[in-house]
Structures are given as structure tokens and as C-alpha cells.
Design a protein around this ligand. Sequence first.
Ligand code: ADP
Ligand code: ZN
Ligand code: ZN
Length: 748
Amino acid sequence: MSIKYADIIVDISHENLDKTYQYSIPEELLAKAVIGARTLVPFGKGNRFIKGYIVNISSKPNWKVEAIKPIHEIITDALVIESQLIHLAYWIKETFGATMNDALKTVIPVKKSVKAKEKKSIRLIAATEEAHEFLELSKKKNNRGRVRLLEELLKEKELDYDLAVNKLNIARQTIKDLEHIGIITTDAKRLYRNPVQATASNRKDIILSPEQKQIVEDIINKYREGIYTACLLHGVTGSGKTEVYIEIIAEVISQGRQVIMLIPEIALTYQTVMRFYNRFGDRVSIMNSRLSQGERYDQYLRAKNGDIDIMIGPRSALFTPFEDLGLIIIDEEHEGSYKSEHPPKYHAREVAIERARLSGAGVILGSATPSLEAYYKALQGEYILYTLPTRNGDGCLPDIWVEDLREELKKRNKSIFSIRLKELMLDRLQKKEQIMLFINRRGYAGFVSCRSCGYVMKCPHCDISLTAHNNGKLVCHYCGHEAAMPDKCPSCSSKYIASFGTGTQKVEEMVRKEFPGARILRMDMDTTKQKDGHEKILAAFSNQEADILVGTQMIVKGHDFPRVTLVGILAADLSLYASDYRASERTYQLLAQAAGRAGRGKLPGEVVIQTYQPEHYSIVAASHNDYEGFYRQEMNYRKMLMYPPAAHILAVLIAAKDEGKGLLASELISGATKEWLSAEGFEKETVVIGPAPASLSRANDIYRFMLYIKQLEYRVLIGLKNYLEGYINYSEQFNGCTVQFDFDPMNS
Ligand code: ADP
Ligand code: ZN
Ligand code: ZN
């Protein structure tokens, strides 16, 4: 049998993750040598042994064999959290295609040389009698500093160092001297920054409804028996899913275990955090991108030290180093932000299930509009499905109107508001109730095109449409390139070139014009750029400082606005035009979520969906709140065209500065793919599309090509990916190119 070698990291700090050392694995340790295992290895001169973790195993020595030392020992007594996370990194690398280094960097957080905040204190260590003697002596010698310090310490036993120096005016030298003599000691405790600035408010006592109660009891009973099958909680917005989570979390914590709760960053608002804080106090912490690096690292340490039990945060919070993780919750499970856009392009749902498996924990996925993936698995029996079909208590679902914009044109209504929407808006303004106007993402609207020849103004570096801004400039949202607004078409010289579609700024202007006197707030990427901008706008709207909130998808999540009784969706179709197989799913989700904002309080709500395609099934289903109906139609489409979850897609992105090189590389990969498929016998069941220029064919002057491979079995695509990785590593044709893998892509 050939000798095996292990690459070992001896220092898990972010800066040194790529630095591994190779050791040989003695035969008697082979069985225990798995990725993530903690080892003792000889290191440096002398007979010193240090701890290290195995991150890779191979049969190939990287050095002269005589120079490679053997692993001394493998410690298996406790599966430490580092081992678990390294193992998870390995699984991510295998399942989603990435380098081990990228995977490790995802799983192990940044340890920057941030200065730790410390709390230093002074304590008396001499016996009281001795201290009194020393005090008398100091008085005689008229050593006032010593006298003040000792008198204080005889009263207080422990004293804050800074307080002693600044308030009691005691010289640092005096403290040092007394410490030297052995009368006192000083010590420093690390202070962890707590990002939850909470003031506990009165929690309303909640009695679960019978439906909520049954779900909670069923899940808890299963946990008590050690059954951790993942669950999907499908509950309309406002049905009380969060209350269900809270009860189950309480049970898990009472067992001495910890909980990770993922929510999309955009929904991580003060209101949400408060609900958890009011129940669990400062055993809760949060992670988000607005925390400083130091704050984030402190949360990591607080979790590791057992100072907190619950971590709430976006995707990355999944890697919180809890020693005994008992539950992972993913709220708004369908959200696109759960898929990483950078290698490793992992999906938090799948990683959560693997992490839960490693630590014997439960997983709860929650959504009002589950992803097709999750619902499919629930129907297949892979997840347990629970439903909360109605809003809690007196809240009921809103009435929904679908307005055909083609009809408005016939009625000579040129406004962006349909006649019905305008009537309802006037009604609400009169009643002093609140209105939300929702338009699709900024990127789709505001592009500039020629109405005569159809020419669209694009970024010369990125090949995507430029967006018109208020200041008259055209801007690229990928690279920031700016251009002046042309006065005639660069292609046909017609003067009918203008910005098309409706951006949030434009809508705000129109509302001002048509509803003078209404108080308006706008929420989009521009108005939420500063820290807490997003929070401030929502808080202002919640305090009824405005009548109308205009915004992008940002406004459909998070907050409860009990006085909102009308939601207008100005152009429901825009998301149907995205060149993406998930366009209908996204449209359904957006409409359902936006509608879910209306009538959350005691007042009933209404929703107006404006569209050019009132007959489209995602719009019809959304207007009847018919998730199952939407699911059946959409699933037929996915099956017919072999899209996930009916099948799986491996997208290969090839990028190069040199266009010819990129093209050659993508053709080589396509050729290798077909060869492998035929050699393995999968040729007939697999569809290969491309290579072709990516939809974003050039970004920052890098050329990008895509290859898509569709297959029913995920594991066949993993086999292909492994083969391609090897092929790319061994061929010099790929120098100057980067190749990225993306399984079941979500952002193309
Ligand atoms: P979801 O998470 O499904 O959107 P929430 O848990 O936020 O729903 O519930 C919506 C509102 O209803 C919240 O204000 C919540 O406190 C309240 N609520 C939920 N369940 C109950 C209950 N059993 N009794 C009283 N109020 C409830
Ligand atoms: Zn033109
Ligand atoms: Zn650009």
C-alpha cells in the first residue's frame, strides 16, 4: 500500500489559511485521519509538538520523502468545532466546486489584528490585616497615593484600573509598586463589543394559536426523540412563523444547545432583533455587514466562549462556531441572497443541512413563498411540510385587483397610475391611512433607448444598459462608468432617444405631481447608502411621518406597518423580462410578498397589481394567493425544459482578459465535457449548452463565456466538475483564465 500524506494547518488564523505543512500518515493512524481531524505534529527544532488540523489528504509527496515527518498523534476524544467546520469546508468544496482555500476562508472568519478592548481591574491580594498594617505605614510616610488606593480597596475589594488612575488620581507607578510588593494584583479581562443596543421593552404575551401549537409540539417531540429531519414551514406572511421559531428556540436552548437563525440581511431590522432580544435577552447576538471587523470577530469569540446561545444573521452566520449547535432556522428560505455569488458558490440551505447532520441538529426552513427546490423536496418527503394557511388573529389577507395597463391606454389614461389605483390612493390619503408603492429593481428601469430604431445605450466595458440619473448622466451600475445623455441617437440620428421605464425617482416625482400635499418617502439604493439609512426611512414611515412609501423590493420585507392598507405594484411584468429561468418564480414571490404588506393590522387591505400580462400564470396565481397552483404550473415548465429542481445545472464561467484565450479555453472545456460524458455513458441523458458569451459578456474589460450542462443527477455533475478541475489544473492552455463552477445558478 502506498503512503498517504496529509496537508495540515497549524495556525487557524485567517492570514495563514493557505499555509499548510505536509506530514506522512503512519499506517496505524490511517483510519482516524479524516479531513478536519485534530493532530499533534512535530514542528520546528527540538522535539516540540503542536496542534494542527488536516485539510487535505493525498498520495503525492510535495517534498523529498525523507524530509517529510510523520504525524505524531490524532486526537479524537472530542469533535472540536474547528474540526467540524473544516470538514464542512471540505464538503462545500466537493459539492459546489471551489478550492479548499476559498472554502476554508468562507468557513473560518477573518481574524484581523483588531485591537481588543480590555477592562483592567485592581484587586487586593494581601490579607486584610496585612493591608491595614501597610496602610498605617503609608500614612506615616505620607504616601498619599498609596493611602487613597488602599482605603478604596479595603472598601471595595476590586477597583477599575482606569477609574483609579483618572478619578482617584493614583499614579500608575504607585499601582505598579504595590503590585510588585505583593499587596495587590491587576488583571485584564477582554471586553467584547455587543452590537445589540437593546432596551428591553414590554413583551406582549403571546398565546399560540392551535395551529402554531401543533407545529411547535410536533417538532419538539421529534427533537426529544433525536429525530432531526429538516422541516419546511409554509406560512403566509403574518401567519406567525416567527412566534413558532421563538418557541422552538426556547426548547433547544433549555437543552443547553445553541441556535443559528438566518434571515436576509435586508430584513435584519431593529424590530426583528427586538422580538428576539425581548425573549432571550443578551444571549442573542447578530452579525451583519454593517458591523465593524472588530465587532464581527468579537461575536465569533462570544459564540465560541459560550457567552451567547443565538446568532441571528445573513448567510455567513451559518459558520458561527457554536460547540453544540442544536438548530438552524432559515427564514425567507426562497431568498436569492442565500446563494453565494463568489466561489464557493454555495447555497446556505444545503450547507445548513450538512452542518446540522454533522452536529445532530434540526433545520427549519420558513417562507410564505417557498423556493421550488424546497417545496419539491417537501413533496418528495425529504422535508416535513408544515403549513400555516391563514393570518394570525384578526388579520386577513388583502383583496387583490389586477389592472391591465393596455386597457388604461385605450381609456387615454397616460399616467403611470391606473384609474383604480389612483382612486384608491385618494381614498387612503383622505382616511389618513398609509400607502406603499412598489416598483421592480432599479436596474430594469431607466435605460435609454431610441424609439425609432431600438438602439439601447450600453456600457462600453460591461455590455449592460446604462441607467439615466436625475443629474442628466448615464451610469453603469456594474463598473460606475458615466456618459452624457445624447441628444440624438448614436445609431440612426433620430432625436427620439429617451429614458424608458420608471425608476423610483421618477415615481416619486409623479406622485408629487398627481397628489400634491401627500408626504412621500423614497427607499432605494440611493437613499439607503449611509449607515442605517434603510432603518431610518422605515422607522419614519412606521411613525407615520409620511403617507406614501415608494421603493424597490427593499420595502417588501421586514417591517410590520399596521396602518398600510393599500399596496400598489406599478409594473408587475418587469421581472418577467429578466433572462433567467427563475423569472416567473421571482415574479410570484415579489407579488405575494408585496401583497403581504397590506392589511397587517386591524384595518383590511387592498392590493393593486398593474401589468401588461394579466393572463400570465404567476400573476393570476399571486392574485389568488394560490401558491400550489403556481407551483404545479411552474414545475411543469421546469420538467419540460430540464431546469432545477426537476434537473440540475452546472454552469461553468470562463473569464479572461484576452478574448481569444477565453474562447479557446471555453471550447477546450466544452470538448473535455463531451468526452467525459461519453466515456462515462451519460452522453444521452445530458444537455450541453454553449459555450457562448455570458449575458454579462464583458465586465471591467474581462471577457466572459458560459457553458451550461443539464443533468437529472447532481452527483453526475459533481463527477464532471471533479474531472474538469483536474483537466484545467494540468493544462497550460488555461494560464490567464479563471474558471468558476456554479451549481443550480440563481443569479444569471
Ligand atoms: P410571520 O413570521 O409568519 O410573518 P409573525 O410571527 O411576524 O408572522 O406574526 C405576525 C404578527 O402576529 C406579529 O406581530 C406577531 O407578534 C403576531 N402573532 C403571531 N402569532 C400570534 C399569536 N398566537 N397571538 C397573538 N399574536 C400573534
Ligand atoms: Zn436610433
Ligand atoms: Zn460598466
